[in-house]
Design a protein around this ligand. Structure first.
Ligand SMILES: C[S@@+](CC[C@H](N)C(=O)[O-])C[C@H]1O[C@@H](n2cnc3c(N)ncnc32)[C@H](O)[C@@H]1O
Length: 776
């Protein structure tokens, strides 16, 4: 089954050529058209779609005649025609259009005229371009085209004009046609050679960045895209056509940023292929890896110029065949088709926002337990933990195990298996407060017989007839403590013998800052006021972690994913009443303040929450992306938690992000509040009288540095994202030397630890649990 549609791209020249050939060969058919024949041939060549310009040169000439003056005054007649056109926004003439029939439009992507100047500094030209764009989009909607591709913005400085024009079109046409903006992966004029994987940069690039970005900055085109989609309010009809005509940059952070964008189309001209030893077209390793990553979002791959004989072997069909080969060998697509894999299990759940379960307040349905029980790993880990705990006890001991929150009983069965394997004598109590699941437990008892005793009720209120040696529970949420495990276990600790243990013995919550236009969009689609104040359970796909390891420019930031807090059981510190229950719940409040390094510019849309649990000794459960493969690979029970932001926060490259998160408790609920602030490290020249190292005093090298415009900028400590852009991955700042208190940068500038400028903040989310909470 094909996951990635392929489209053959035909330029106006290709279409004109085709028309000439057909004329020469006298090909005509009353029931067909040149475009229908092109669709048929392309389908035979292995393509699902074709991509052609909507309008042709005849329209271009008429528009130019009406709207461009060349400095001369237009005749009255032309002026009148232009005004009539502006007033009516149309119509096109039949001969101006390449696509005219509904059957031609099926299977066709339209390209909007690439000569429109939506970001021209000239007001009149821009306005006429916008009218022409509206006219083309309205025509595309009339033909029910599934998507149209807009030419790239030309100018970083005027990109807001481009975005506003697109926004006006999105708001004025109600149609299903996707509007996809073509954007090159970066602007070669602002990228240094050593930040790019390969040598060649085509001379005929579409973009011109008037204010040249600092050397090595690969963010310009992504920032343009970000401006456009932000101006368009993250409209779901707006998507991206990523132009891979250029060699890919080396930085994986730059690439992963693109792979989470709504990249509905990827443009691959034949010139982006290299030749293998036999002369066949292939892609570089970097491009292969990037494409395979993008394939999980099912973009349409647009192949252009395949008939220009750029490569010796394989002919024009070799490009499509090669992309199909990449698709067949993309690990995530292969896994998605294989039953039993996480990718297969998660089909239909990717990036889907689910409210977390409330197993304490609500009674789960049998279907939900059934889904839990399909996890091939969780129960095996529990059995192993109980087995090890039993093995650590005397062979002649009798062990009382109590499973609190037994559900339909799978952990009870595993406890019996652990007793058998460890050859220990014992008995299991199974406690459950869900009256419906309790029926299934009674059914199970037929198999368990007297080795299991059932107790119906809430673990915070019931009594167990004898002291418990091993208390087993699975009350964990995606953030560890978010389903009130600490509160429930507080109530169950009364049963524990003095040397009794809890499985799990601890669990820890983790956070990382993430960018995901897709998830942000999902939150926006929800009209409820609390939608951005609710943590959601989500199987992440179009998500990019913005933080990096390595401490950041000042060397003070934590790791990519950081620990928030831990709960341990049994807990001895809470003050208890006569029944052995905590008097208040304040001991279960927690807070964390985390400092993240943001290596590449990005938009913060929220925080990703994970947990790690220690069941017993080295047996654990983890959904932390870095430890899961070692601790509990292929475990399916928990997807991460997504803490959304109401408003996205722009983070420049090399900025720092401080995240504050609180776990708060009340009489009848627990909830989280979250908040973030962004900062830029300040660059300053070293104090003149205090040389940082004896071998490099002030003097020529610093004077030389200071004489450049860059150093002048640094010397005034400009609190601007531009400063951070200068500290680019290409190493203008060089390496950090922490040997002398202040931090010494290789390029001759200092960063005093602790010197930052605040550049942004979010709202406090979910104060007092007004949007979301877990009931007790
Ligand atoms: C996440 S489910 C786990 C079920 C089962 N142990 C499993 O792993 O398949 C948690 C179970 O704990 C039960 N539960 C939650 N809080 C409880 C409480 N305070 N007292 C008793 N049972 C509780 C829920 O009804 C639910 O059946």
């Amino acid at each position: 089954m094909s996951h990635v549609p392929l489209a053959a791209v035909f330029s106006q020249d290709d279409l004109d050529q085709l028309e000439k050939t057909e004329k020469r060969l006298e090909i005509t058919a009353s029931d067909s058209t040149p475009l229908l024949r092109l669709l048929k041939v392309s389908s035979e060549d292995g393509y699902d779609l074709i991509c052609v310009p909507l309008a042709n040169e005849t329209w271009k000439s008429r528009w130019k005649k009406m709207c461009l003056t060349d400095g001369e005054k237009q005749s009255e007649e032309v002026e009148r025609l232009a005004e009539d056109w502006r007033a009516s926004e149309g119509p096109f003439l039949r001969e101006e259009m390449n696509i005219t029939r509904l059957d031609e439009a099926m299977g066709t992507i339209g390209m909007v005229s690439d000569w429109l100047e939506l970001d021209s500094p000239d007001d009149g030209l821009r306005y006429d371009s916008e009218i022409a764009l509206k006219q083309e989009l309205s025509y595309a909607a009339y033909l029910s085209l599934q998507a149209v591709i807009l030419p790239p913005p030309r100018n970083r400085q005027n990109v807001a004009d481009y975005g506003r024009a697109v926004s006006a079109c999105l708001n004025s046409t109600s149609s299903y046609t996707q509007i996809s903006i073509r954007i090159p992966i970066y602007d070669p004029r602002s990228a240094s050679r050593n930040s790019i994987a390969e040598e060649t940069i085509p001379e005929d690039m579409p973009l011109s960045v008037n204010a040249r970005a600092p050397d090595g900055d690969l963010s310009t085109t992504w920032e343009m895209w970000d401006v456009i989609r932000s101006i368009c309010g993250y409209n779901p009809r707006l998507s991206l056509t990523l132009d891979l005509s250029l060699p890919l940059p080396l930085s994986s952070g730059v690439l992963s940023r693109w792979s989470t964008e709504p990249c509905h189309h990827i443009l691959l001209p034949s010139t982006s292929f290299i030749s293998n030893a036999k002369g066949y077209p292939v892609l570089t390793k970097a491009t292969q890896n990037f494409l395979r990553k993008c394939f999980k979002h099912h973009p349409t791959i647009l192949l252009s110029r395949t008939r220009t004989r750029v490569h010796q072997s394989g002919g024009h069909m070799a490009y499509a065949q090669y992309v199909r080969h990449l698709e067949r060998t993309a690990p995530e697509l292969v896994a998605a088709d294989q039953p039993g894999t996480l990718e297969n299990f998660a089909k239909g759940y990717w990036d889907y926002l689910q409210a977390p379960l409330q197993p304490l307040m609500d009674n789960l349905g049998s279907g939900t337990y059934d889904t839990f029980e399909r996890d091939p790993v969780k129960y095996e880990r529990y059995e192993e933990a109980v087995f090890l705990a039993l093995s650590d006890r005397s062979p002649t001991s009798r062990t009382v195990i109590c499973v609190v929150g037994a559900g339909r009983g799978p952990i009870v069965t595993r406890c019996l298996a652990a007793l058998d394997r460890s050859k220990r004598d014992g008995l299991v109590y199974a406690v459950e407060k869900n009256p419906n699941a309790f029926v299934t437990l009674q059914e199970q008892k037929v198999h368990w017989k007297d080795r299991v005793l059932l107790i119906y009720g809430d673990m915070r209120r019931i009594q167990v007839p004898e002291p418990v040696d091993i208390l087993v529970s699975e009350l964990l949420g995606s953030f560890g403590d978010n389903e009130a495990s600490p509160e429930c276990l507080d109530g169950a600790m009364r049963f524990l013998a003095p040397d009794g243990i809890s499985i799990p013995s601890s669990y820890t919550a983790y956070l990382s800052p993430i960018s995901s236009p897709k998830l942000h969009n999902e939150v926006l689609q929800n009209s409820s006021k609390s939608s951005a104040e609710t943590p959601y359970v989500v199987m992440f796909q179009a998500v990019n972690t913005l933080s990096g390891d390595g401490g950041g420019l000042r060397g003070v930031c934590g790791t990519k994913i950081q620990e928030c807090w831990t709960f341990e059981h049994p807990r001895r510190e809470a003050v208890l009443n006569e029944q052995g229950l905590p008097i208040t719940n304040t001991h279960n409040t927690r807070s964390a303040k985390l400092n993240f390094h943001i290596p590449n510019a990005g938009i913060l849309h929220g925080l990703a929450g994970y947990f790690e649990a220690v069941l017993y000794r080295d047996v654990g459960l983890s959904i932390h992306p870095e430890s899961q493969p070692y601790i509990s690979p292929n475990m399916l029970s928990w997807f991460p938690l997504f803490f959304p932001l109401k408003d996205p926060l722009y983070l420049p490259s090399n900025s720092e992000l401080t995240v504050s998160i609180w776990r708060l408790t009340g009489r009848s609920k627990i909830w989280y509040e979250w908040y973030a602030e962004s900062f830029l490290p300040v660059l300053s020249p070293p104090p003149p009288l205090r040389p940082l190292t004896p071998r490099e005093p002030d003097g020529p090298s610093h004077q030389k540095t200071m004489s450049t415009p860059t150093a002048k900028l640094l010397s005034v400590n400009l609190p601007s994202p531009l400063v951070s852009a200068l500290a680019s991955p290409t190493g203008i700042l060089g390496t950090i030397d922490t040997s002398e208190g202040g931090l010494r940068m290789g390029g001759g500038t200092d960063i005093a630890a602790g010197t930052v400028i605040k550049i942004g903040q979010t709202a406090l989310h979910n104060p007092e649990g007004r949007g979301s909470w877990t009931g007790l």
